[in-house]
Design a binder for this molecule. Structure first.
Ligand code: CU
Length: 273
């Protein structure tokens, strides 16, 4: 029994440090961006206290009514049907609570919606059932498939590991353009506080600025078909140096083939002009 409790406590405490979901986890994954830090603050210090307060208050009212107005003590039922003061209060107080909640909520919403000048731009394309990535400024394009259970290496999490991972530099604004090629998907990364629908024929944009290095895991978050659960997202946040090294390698390995043609076309257009 003691062993079980210790192991649960261990899971709960270790889950706080993880960049991936853990067994027995409660609450959010540890934040890796200002946006997620704000979301966690909003949840922990605003929503939770309000929800707890309202639940406790309603529970108290129910219990009080059950005891105070029980049938054995109230042979003749009250015929009261209106009370102006109470009706005004139960309209006004919830309104005030909503207004108080709206302030930090809109702050987070707007900060997510306003994309600062991007240092790195990546494009994520949802397919049934994997993600395709492009670095439009770097001429890089690759597909990212989930690694099957039998091919997993040590310490690689099941259902979250991919063959080709996304690399981004730490403390840099990363703009993510998100679209899909077949059905609706959603590109979501809990630690960055990012989740946007991938819609065919349309480009959605979001951004994040990771404030620490590490490997971060996310999943497709829009039910997209039979293998919806098997198109994970892996993002490696690395130092500038490591990122540049990766870029060099990736530009060769994942080069978009038509570069030369594009340059030729561009030159021809310039000449005509
Ligand atoms: Cu999907």
């Amino acid at each position: 029994m003691l062993k079980k409790i210790v192991s649960i406590l261990f899971f709960l405490s270790s889950s706080v440090m993880a960049n991936e979901p853990k067994d027995w986890q409660l609450g959010f994954q540890k934040s890796a961006s200002q946006s997620m830090t704000d979301i966690i603050w909003f949840h922990d210090y605003m929503l939770l206290p309000i929800i707890t307060g309202i639940t406790a208050f309603v529970l108290f009212l129910l219990l009080y009514t059950c005891v105070r107005y029980r049938a054995s003590k109230n042979k003749v039922a009250s015929t009261t049907s209106h009370n102006t003061i109470i009706e005004v209060l139960w309209t006004l107080i919830p309104c005030l609570i909503l207004i108080v909640m709206a302030v930090p909520s809109f702050k987070v919403l707007y900060s997510q919606d306003t994309i600062p000048k991007a240092d790195v731009t990546i494009k994520a394309i949802g397919y049934q059932w994997y993600w395709g990535y492009e670095y439009p400024d770097e001429n890089i394009i690759f597909d990212s498939y989930m690694v099957k259970d039998e091919d997993l290496k040590e310490n690689q999490p099941r259902l979250l590991t991919v063959d080709n991972e996304v690399f981004v530099p730490v403390n840099k604004v990363v703009k993510v353009m998100i679209t899909a090629n077949d059905v609706l998907h959603a590109w979501a990364l809990p630690s960055f506080g990012v989740k946007r629908d991938a819609v065919p024929g349309r480009i959605n944009e979001t951004w994040f600025k990771a404030d620490r290095t590490g490997t971060f895991y996310g999943q497709c978050s829009e039910l997209c078909g039979i293998k919806h659960a098997f198109m994970p997202i892996t993002v490696n946040v690395v130092t500038d140096e490591e990122y540049n090294k990766w870029l060099e390698k990736a530009k060769i390995e994942f080069a978009k083939e038509d570069t030369k043609d594009n340059i030729k076309i561009a030159k021809t257009i310039m000449e005509i002009k």
